[in-house]
Every structure is written in structure tokens, then in C-alpha cells.
Design a protein around this ligand. Structure first.
Ligand code: X8Z
Ligand code: ZN
Length: 607
């Protein structure tokens, strides 16, 4: 084929050109042309798509059946894909000064930054990096903590955390998970950081953090400043929520367990990482106002199963015009934890062939958390299928925050009482007195998440840049947890603790700023959708269920994939050209006024 010839010619030119003392006219390889660039891209897209499918299938098998052999296969496939992508990314630089059409130029740019952890080119490095990655995620996924004679998985403990209200028990589980999952990761993790940085430098990035910050169609430093500025827009709202919740926790547990000042004790938030607090709604619920229903209870009452939750989410997407998940989705997905083997339980959505082999892999129970997560995961699948019309290098989100925001937007609609009534989960829609309880419940998840969404990669940026060395990994983690979230561990941390490793995205090397961005985008999408639908009531009651016109416009944005800079994708659906925390702030404005009223006389903050 044309490009194989091109590649061979380039190698030949390099070899001859390397000869010392050659005349300049003989030693200079011919300048590549626009056609060379196009041929190069065609070859890259063909080869990467093929290798990608191979690596994805190996990863699926490993994720759903962890054994020594599937780990081996996954490492091998991942190393090969990584090495190929890095090689192409380097070759792309040959066309830096070639004048090309905008599509080819964007593909060349995307190619240079597509690898999350680039492997160094020296022999054996890609294999070592891949093995470290598999080891870390396997350690995380197979860890069990023995409590009262029972070996508990993480998802067992997460489920207990939702309703446990005994601070001795929550502390035991919280510390137990961090003892069994992560201390042994510190050494392999720091090795992985060294290797990924070496690979990133070969590609021209200062470190892997700089590579990650380069994904947003703006200079990396500008992106970092932008995230700080977005945080400053929502920080006052977070502080009001923090103040109110701390007061309620102190009322419930007493000053000895939760003091009225200072940070919140992490294990009292109903979540293993204190990242979303919706599970402790019962503790913070206003005395005189009722939400009117409990979604988890309603689902149990109506005989919901994990699969039924997923079918309900699929039906929501169909109601706005999306095609249903294919038959193979229902045959090949994993909805619950298999009882006889180890798996990676953390929820994920898969696209195996860039056509129709879509799947999710989750370990659901019947809970409001999983109801939301089902919409979240299907959002990934819907996006994957929408942009499968694009060429390989454009088969991705407008940015990774968009990918996370699609399903969160669906979830915002699906949690409204109007929708829950329409699908028969609740009998009547509560009146306006339920708005504050509803917003409070939403804020416990959406507002509480913001500082966590921000700090995970602030920590990793410091680790990749070398600002924090392995001896200070844990200290730096807790400094950020305290500074941004205002939370604290239930007791002193042991010297060998590696608490970042007790959160999936660290051993799995999934970048995290995407979730911070998504939490803002989802409210921008929601506000725009409600305007398009002509909604005039309180924003929190708006639902675009069955609105095919809005669905069509949403899908049009999704079909763009990564073909255009993200501001263009955002504008295609919302008319807005920039990310803006104002939509979230507007949504929660009635709650913030109420919180300020409740907090009167309290000393808020924690420094
Ligand atoms: O990891 C996820 C999804 C899969 S992309 C379930 N989320 C983050 C987390 O669990 O920490 C969704 C919210 C944030
Ligand atoms: Zn996701």
C-alpha cells in the first residue's frame, strides 16, 4: 500500500541521510507533502483501529475474569497498542511544518496527545509499564477486608457505608479498605510515574501532567488556571453546604465524633471517599420539609433488579430518539458481581468494535446510586455509537469531560419526580415544599463532589511534575483533601499508607479532571435543553423525557465526536462557547439562599 511504501522510503532516507560528510543536497530527505501527511494518517487510523480492538477485547476478558493468564494477555496487548501509538505520535512530528487541510492537522494534533501514559521507546519499557498497570488495578480489584469473620469486597463495603450510622464501624471499614488495598502500591506506582514521564518527555511534554492538561484545545497552563477559576465560582456554595452538613453531623454524633468547627470526618459521609454525600440525606434532611419519597425504597417496592435499572435507563434514551442498546449488549454486559471469580467492579462502558458491540461492566445492586450510574454508563455507550460515524482519530468525546457529562445530563432528568411518576416509580409528584429537600439531596452529590473532582488530578499533577516525591505522596494527598474538601481521616494515618491508591482512578490511571468538568457541563446541557423545551418552571423540575426535538440536537453534538475543538461542540447544543459554572450555581441558587439562612450564627469554614 501507499503508506507502507512511504514508511520504507522514510527509513531509507534517514539511513542514507545519516552518512557523515555527505553533500547537503544528497543528505536532505525531501520535505514531506500534504499528500504524505494524508497517507500517513490513513495508515495510522487503519493500524490503530485494528490494534485498539485487539487490546479492548483482551482488556474486557481481563476485567471480567482476573487470572494470571488474562493479566498476561492484557499486559501484552496494552503494551503493543501503547508502543504503536507512541511510535505514530512521534512520526506525526515530521509534518509539523507541512501545510495541510484542517482535518488532517487536527488528526495529527490529536495523535500526538492521545496516549494517557506514553511508554518510553527503549526496549522492554512498554512491557514494564503495561505490567505495572495491570498489577495495580488487579491489586485494587481483588482486595478484601475481613470484618466480623467475613471477607468483604469493596462493593460490599460501599453498600454498607450507605446506611451504616455507627462511627466505630465506619471507621473500621474506612481504615480497613485503606489497609488491604493500597500500601503495597506505592512503590510500583512511583515506578509507573517515572516511566510515563520518560515517555511523555520523548513526545515533547514536560511531564505526564502537562500531557494531560494539553487535551483541552488551549495551552496546558491556561487550562490549569481555568480550573482554578471555575472552582472559585462554586467554592462559596460548597462552603455553605459543608457548614450545614457539619452542623448536622455534629448534632447526630456529638462533638467528640464530629466537632462543630474544623473539617468533616471522612467516614461519616456515607461514601468510602467522601466524594458524594447523598447517602446521608437522612441525617441532614430539614425537619419541617419532606422530599416525599425515597428512590431506593421505591425501586425495591416495584421489584427492580440491576438489569431492570439498566433497561429503564435505556428506555430514557429511546424516549428522546436514540436507538436502543443492541441485543448483544444484553447478552455480553456484566450487571452484577459474579460470585465465583474476581473482576474489576468499578463501573465502565465499552465499545469493542467502533460499530455495535457496546457493553457495560458494573456490579449493581438496587440503589439510587446505581440508578444514576446506569444513566451515566449508557451515556458513554450512546456517545460511542454516535461518533462511530467519524474516522478513528475523531472517535472520542469533544473532550473527556463531555464523555462523562452525557450520561450525567440524562441522570439529572431521570431523577426528577415528574419523570419518576411518569414511569410509575412513585405515585404522585410532591408539591413545591419538596424543592428544597430535592435540591439539598442533589447538592449532597453534585456540589459535594466538586472539590474532590478538582483535587485528584491536582495531586497527580504534583506527582508527575516531581513537586511531590514518593515519601510525601500521602501527606500531599491529605493536604489537598483538607484544603479543598475540608475533610479529615477518622484517625492518624500509618506511615506506610498510600490513600490515593484506595481510589480506583489512581491504580487504574484514569484521569480525573474530566469529572470536575462534567459536573459543570451537565448543568449547561440541562439548562440549554430545558430552554429548548420551553420550560418555565423551577429548573430542578425540568425533564426532557420524550422530547425528540431536543434529543435530535443533543445527538447531533454527540456525532461530532472529537472532530472539532470542544467549544464548537458545546455551542452546537447550547449556543454557549465556553465552560461556565454559572449554570450549576443558578440551579442551586434557591438552596444556597436556604443554606445561608440555616447557617446563621455558625462559624463556617475549617482553616
Ligand atoms: O468513575 C466514574 C464512573 C465511570 S467513568 C462510574 N465516576 C467517578 C467516580 O466514581 O469516582 C462517576 C462519578 C465520578
Ligand atoms: Zn464515566
Amino acid at each position: 500500500m501507499r503508506l507502507r511504501f512511504l514508511a520504507a522510503a522514510a527509513v531509507a532516507a534517514l539511513l542514507t541521510g545519516a552518512g557523515i560528510g555527505m553533500a547537503a543536497s544528497q543528505s536532505t530527505a525531501p520535505e514531506p507533502t500534504e499528500n504524505d501527511a494524508k497517507a500517513f494518517i490513513a495508515q495510522v487510523e487503519h493500524d490503530l483501529a485494528r490494534e485498539d480492538e485487539y487490546a479492548s477485547r483482551a482488556a474486557w476478558v481481563q476485567n471480567t475474569y482476573i487470572t494470571v493468564d488474562t493479566n498476561w494477555l492484557n499486559s501484552r496487548a496494552s503494551a503493543e497498542f501503547n508502543a504503536m501509538a507512541v511510535k505514530f505520535a512521534k512520526e506525526a512530528s515530521r509534518f509539523d511544518t507541512v501545510k495541510t487541510d484542517p482535518v488532517t492537522r487536527r488528526k495529527l494534533d490529536l495523535l500526538k496527545r492521545m496516549v494517557v501514559l506514553p511508554s518510553p521507546s527503549r526496549a522492554g519499557a512498554a512491557e514494564e509499564l503495561a505490567r505495572l498497570r495491570t498489577t495495580l488495578v488487579t491489586d485494587y480489584s481483588t482486595a478484601k477486608f475481613t470484618y466480623k469473620g467475613k471477607a468483604l469486597t469493596l462493593d460490599d463495603m460501599e453498600q454498607m457505608f450507605r446506611t451504616l450510622r455507627d462511627p466505630v464501624a465506619t471507621r473500621t471499614l474506612w481504615e480497613g479498605w485503606r489497609k488491604v488495598s493500597s500500601p503495597q502500591m506505592k512503590e510500583p506506582y512511583s515506578r509507573l510515574v517515572t516511566l510515563a514521564n520518560e515517555g511523555s518527555r520523548e513526545l515533547g511534554y514536560r511531564d505526564t501532567g502537562a500531557l494531560w492538561r494539553s487535551w483541552y484545545d488551549m495551552p496546558p497552563d491556561k487550562f490549569a488556571a481555568r480550573t482554578d477559576q471555575l472552582w472559585s465560582q462554586v467554592e462559596p456554595l460548597y462552603k455553605d453546604l459543608h457548614c450545614y452538613v457539619r452542623g448536622k453531623l455534629s448534632e447526630k454524633y456529638g462533638d467528640a465524633v464530629q466537632p462543630k468547627t474544623g473539617p468533616i470526618r471522612a467516614d461519616l459521609t456515607g461514601n468510602m471517599w467522601a466524594q458524594e454525600w447523598g447517602n446521608i440525606y437522612d441525617i441532614v434532611a430539614p425537619k419541617n420539609l419532606s422530599a416525599g419519597y425515597d428512590l431506593t425504597a421505591a425501586m425495591k417496592q416495584h421489584g427492580y433488579t440491576p438489569e431492570k435499572i439498566v433497561r429503564t435507563a435505556d428506555a430514557w434514551y429511546q424516549s428522546i430518539g436514540f436507538a436502543p442498546e443492541p441485543a448483544t449488549f444484553w447478552e455480553r454486559s456484566q450487571f452484577t458481581r459474579p460470585r465465583d471469580r474476581d473482576v474489576v467492579c468499578h463501573a465502565s462502558a465499552w465499545d469493542l468494535d467502533a460499530k455495535d458491540d457496546l457493553r457495560i461492566k458494573v456490579c449493581f445492586t438496587v440503589s439510587a446510586d446505581d440508578f444514576f450510574t446506569a444513566h451515566h454508563e449508557l451515556g458513554h455507550n450512546m456517545y460511542q455509537r454516535a461518533y462511530s460515524v467519524q474516522p478513528y482519530l475523531f472517535q472520542g468525546g469533544a473532550n473527556d469531560g463531555f464523555h462523562e457529562a452525557i450520561g450525567d445530563f440524562a441522570g439529572l432528568n431521570a431523577l426528577t419526580p415528574g419523570y419518576l411518576k411518569a414511569i410509575g416509580l412513585i405515585d404522585h409528584v410532591p408539591g413545591p415544599e419538596a424543592d428544597i429537600p430535592y435540591l439539598l439531596h442533589m447538592a449532597l452529590d453534585k456540589v459535594a463532589f466538586l472539590p474532590f473532582g478538582l483535587l485528584v488530578d491536582k495531586w497527580r499533577w504534583e506527582v508527575f511534575s516531581g513537586a511531590v516525591d514518593p515519601a510525601h505522596y500521602n501527606e500531599a494527598w491529605w493536604a489537598l483533601r483538607k484544603r479543598y474538601q475540608g475533610i479529615t481521616p477518622p484517625g492518624p494515618r500509618p506511615a506506610n499508607a498510600f490513600d490515593p491508591g484506595a481510589k480506583f482512578h489512581i491504580p487504574n490511571n484514569t484521569p480525573y479532571m474530566r469529572y470536575f468538568l462534567a459536573n459543570l457541563y451537565e448543568f449547561q446541557f440541562y439548562r440549554a435543553a430545558c430552554r429548548q423545551a420551553g420550560w418555565t418552571g423551577p429548573l430542578n423540575r425540568c425533564s426532557i423525557f420524550r422530547n425528540r426535538k431536543v434529543g435530535e440536537k443533543f445527538e447531533a453534538m454527540m456525532k461530532m465526536g472529537a472532530s472539532k475543538p470542544w467549544p464548537e461542540a458545546l455551542a452546537a447544543f447550547t449556543g454557549e462557547h465556553d465552560i461556565d459554572a454559572e449554570a450549576l450555581v443558578e440551579y442551586f441558587a434557591p438552596l444556597d439562599a436556604w443554606l445561608k439562612e440555616q447557617n446563621k450564627g455558625q462559624t463556617c469554614g475549617w482553616q
